[in-house]
Design a protein around this ligand. Structure first.
Ligand SMILES: Nc1ncnc2c1ncn2[C@@H]1O[C@H](COP(=O)(O)OP(=O)(O)OP(=O)(O)O)[C@@H](O)[C@H]1O
Length: 265
């Protein structure tokens, strides 16, 4: 089943076009890495799909026109991890994670047993049980990121959109998170994550969408999308592409340094 279809999106911000007609779809079981240089429009694309900014074009969520959905209905179908990791109030970690259940409950209603199961599961998956009573605003950047990811997991939506979810996480937590997203996809959900670590993206994502200047320049299996030519034309760098543990390894090269060394020989 197709969880998300976006057709011909156009967004202008500050009088400048930021999204130039991208069209794509995300199905159940897909872990899609949204990649591209700074300013390519990745966050804008995610925010447009969520209805957080005005966009022209068609967006369907689980086959239903997104414009006909209330914000609450949308939040039951799409969980979102924003790029900003700020937590506004000095409340406990458990309280922040429990906010993920809000779209499923009538306003001001307490948590029921099913909510509590989801909250515990989300905290377990993000290794936060020991943190449950800590004040969320007093955590480190990476710990806060894990709390906000747990809040998105507690939302228990079929589709998860995550904006740079690995930012601020140490290597071990980066890998655990990518494995978790792959597991969520394996359970039949859809995951779309904007990522700058191309090796992580290539290793774990089932598909990559490469965005440049608001347009999709490639969409497909990681090894097809990440070529030396695209690293050059889109990111403006030479890159070493190799293989490690069954995944593609992408190492951007400092060409100025490489040239200096070879000229000195
Ligand atoms: N509110 C705004 N007003 C004007 N321009 C904006 C606004 N928000 C974003 N932009 C511009 O839109 C472009 C796309 O931004 P966006 O945050 O979507 O890029 P991104 O691909 O997520 O980048 P990054 O990898 O740096 O997070 C950028 O050039 C940015 O400066």
């Amino acid at each position: 089943m197709t969880l998300l279809t976006a057709n011909g999106l156009h967004v202008s911000l500050g009088g400048r076009p930021v999204l130039n007609d991208p069209s794509f779809h995300v199905g159940e079981g897909e872990f899609v890495g949204l990649i591209g240089p700074n300013g390519a429009g990745k966050s804008t694309l995610l925010r447009a799909v969520l209805g957080l900014i005005e966009a022209c074009g068609d967006i369907a969520i689980s086959g239903q026109d997104a414009t006909s959905m209330s914000a609450r209905e949308r939040a039951r179908r799409i969980a979102y991890l924003p790029q900003e990791r700020e937590i506004g109030w000095p409340v406990s970690v458990e309280m922040v994670v429990s906010l993920g259940r809000a779209p499923h409950r009538p306003a001001f209603a307490g948590l029921d047993a099913a909510d509590r199961v989801r909250i515990e599961e989300a905290m377990r998956r993000m290794e936060l049980q020991e943190f449950r009573h800590r004040v969320s605003t007093e955590l480190s950047g990476g710990e806060k990121a894990r709390v906000l990811i747990a809040r998105a997991l507690a939302q228990d939506a079929p589709l998860l959109l995550a904006d740079e979810p690995t930012a601020g996480l140490d290597p071990s937590h980066q890998i655990s998170l990518m494995r978790l997203f792959a597991e969520l996809a394996g359970e039949g959900r859809g995951v779309v994550a904007s990522l700058h670590d191309l090796s992580l993206a290539a290793r774990w994502c089932t598909r990559l969408i490469l965005l440049d200047k608001g347009a999709i320049v490639a969409d497909g299996p990681p090894a097809d999308v990440l070529t030396r030519e695209r690293m050059r034309s889109v990111y403006g760098v030479e890159a070493y592409l190799g293989e490690a543990e069954g995944g593609l390894l992408v190492v951007p090269l400092d060409t100025a340094a490489a040239t200096a060394v070879s000229e000195g020989e």
